[in-house]
Design a protein around this ligand. Structure first.
Ligand SMILES: [Zn+2]
Length: 208
């Protein structure tokens, strides 16, 4: 199974789907990150430092293929330029499964990234939407990935790499661990990450 995880900023993928990425890697699935902006707005670090953080955080989860789309932080659109940029990488990766932001999100970059990603992946595999700190309460998960404690700790270790974001409330480890525990509790698992199904396809052709 080939996997693409798309985020607006360098830390979004770890926060939304980091435990699941760790699980995919353990299963031998190639994973690619697409990061739409450099995430430097409101942050002391320059774009190179945040790229380094993103690359190192990905490597903690076993991911080497991190691709930056270089759109402007806080001003990401959802139109043709963003759709085309995502689509060219998705076509290159030919994923069986794609993770995107949930469209109902108070952060404009997350919201627009979700819209653009759903358009860009219209021909590709299963698409699942993940939650972050700014996902709206209407998020209604109908797909769960059961995680081990090791998956959650790897996720937290990856999130810690984003030192430029240290101190922001959404980086609080007890909140992240608690959410994983709560989502797991919903499905009789110790920990889980939760998703909304944007599209799920059964091909019954043995691929995956
Ligand atoms: Zn973000």
């Amino acid at each position: 199974m080939r996997v693409v995880a798309i985020g607006a900023h360098p830390d979004d993928v770890e926060i939304g789907v980091g435990g699941t990425v760790h699980r995919h890697v353990a299963l031998g699935h190639p994973v690619t990150y697409l990061i739409a902006t450099d995430g430097t707005a409101g942050c002391e670090r320059d774009d190179a430092a945040r790229r380094d953080e993103a690359q190192t955080a990905a490597s903690v989860l076993g991911v080497d293929d991190v691709r930056f789309l270089d759109f402007e932080d806080t001003d990401l659109g959802d139109g043709g330029a963003v759709v085309s940029a995502i689509e060219s990488h998705v076509t290159d990766c030919d994923p069986d499964r794609v993770y995107v932001h949930a469209a109902a999100d108070t952060h404009q970059d997350h919201r627009n990234c979700a819209r653009a990603a759903v358009s860009a992946t219209r021909r590709d595999g299963d698409v699942f939407a993940y939650e972050t700190y700014s996902t709206r309460p209407t998020f209604s998960p109908n797909h769960y990935v059961s995680l081990s404690a090791a998956d959650v700790e790897a996720k937290l270790e990856a999130i810690r790499i984003h030192e430029s974001q240290t101190g922001k409330t959404y980086m609080d480890e007890e909140t992240i661990r608690g959410l994983a525990r709560f989502r797991g509790n919903r499905v009789e698992a110790t920990f889980a990450e939760a998703f909304e199904v944007v599209r799920s396809i059964d091909r019954f052709d043995g691929r995956g």
